[in-house]
Design a protein around this ligand. Structure first.
Ligand code: G3I
Length: 301
């Protein structure tokens, strides 16, 4: 293939990008989106603070701009994210206990129902594990409603949109470590008890190198019977950047249940990582060496 999306499709996978509704009027930006990618994720527009700014009042206009554009062009949409400890609306941040649990599950049901039939994969729960080296759950207002909040969210999402793949998504879970093993144990338990989970997202926000056991870690999750997806890829610029992107593509292609890769932005100037220049296009929209390495890796073999 000659584009990331086309080349990934030839390998039975998608290649996506996080996009921002506010940048879609930039013709350079939108031109790259339309040319290169066959999946999109809303960078912020489908999060709780954006979609339910006041309790029970839902706001979908910016999410719809992204979803409708994607569907009109035959792109997949990754839904991001139904529940997360961050980017909650103020009213939810101030809630606790059963009233927060009810509000959270209602949020899952309402948003997943609104977008039913349009979402390839939902990040049902984002970043619920701690970085404490013990694989613990992260402390949050949601966790304090009871440790079963995650399975309750997945059950509500399945009921609302039975056609969407339901993912758990996190960062610093890209190698075999205490945090990823905590997630692994949760997924294994969910599969054993019939809690509906279909996929695990590995954000893959990397420094200048990728973990040596990246592929093995993806494979151990796939062996639990879930798909794996690379959901927020960006890699700090340096002499190894192109090589590291190539290694990420090779890892995904080596795992049959790795169904797609999403980069977290279009141009370096669109990235949340100021100064890292971690993406595939420079600030002018030109293809970087990392782009060529990524495309070549998708086309190899
Ligand atoms: O929209 C407001 C704008 O009205 C206001 O004037 C401005 C002033 O700060 O803020 C704007 O909101 C910002 C928003 O991005 C949209 O640009 C927020 O401050 C800013 O915090 C927010 O950052 C986002 C971040 O999530 C929030 O946690 C990043 O764009 C987004 O890339 C990032 O994405 C996360 C994933 O969702 C989860 N994994 C990690 C990843 C990187 O942090």
């Amino acid at each position: 293939g000659t584009t990331l999306g086309q080349s990934a499709a030839e390998r039975g996978r998608y290649f996506g990008a996080a996009i921002a509704a506010g940048r879609m009027s930039d013709s350079t930006y939108l031109g790259i989106v339309n040319r290169e990618f066959n999946s999109v994720t809303a960078e912020n527009e489908m999060k709780w603070d954006a979609t339910e700014p006041n309790q029970g009042q839902f706001s979908y206009s910016n999410g719809d701009r992204i979803v409708n554009h994607a569907i009109s062009r035959g792109m997949k949409v990754r839904g991001h994210a139904l529940l997360w400890h961050a980017q909650q609306p103020g009213w939810a941040q101030n809630m606790s206990g059963q009233s927060l649990r009810n509000a959270a599950i209602n949020h899952v049901t309402r948003v997943a129902t609104y977008y039913r039939g349009k979402i390839h994969s939902w990040d049902v729960v984002n970043e619920a594990f701690a970085d404490d080296g013990r694989g613990s759950r992260r402390d949050s207002n949601l966790q304090r409603t009871g440790t079963d909040w995650i399975e309750a969210a997945f059950r509500a999402a399945r009921a609302a949109d039975p056609g969407a793949k339901l993912c758990y998504n996190d960062y610093n879970t890209d190698s075999v470590n205490a945090k990823s093993t905590g997630v692994y144990n949760m997924v294994r338990d969910f599969k054993a008890r019939g809690v509906p989970i279909d996929c695990v997202g590995f954000q893959s926000h990397f420094g200048t190198t990728i973990p040596s056991d990246y592929r093995a870690n993806l494979q151990r999750f796939a062996d639990l019977g879930v798909d794996v997806q690379i959901t927020e890829l960006d890699i700090e610029q340096g002499s190894n950047q192109a090589n590291a992107y190539r290694q990420v593509v090779e890892a995904c292609l080596a795992v049959s249940r790795c169904t797609g890769i999403t980069v977290w932005g279009i141009r370096d100037t669109d990235s949340w990582r100021t100064g890292a220049n971690p993406l595939l296009f420079d600030g002018s929209g030109n293809k970087k060496a990392a782009y060529t390495a990524t495309l070549n890796a998708l086309n190899a073999g």
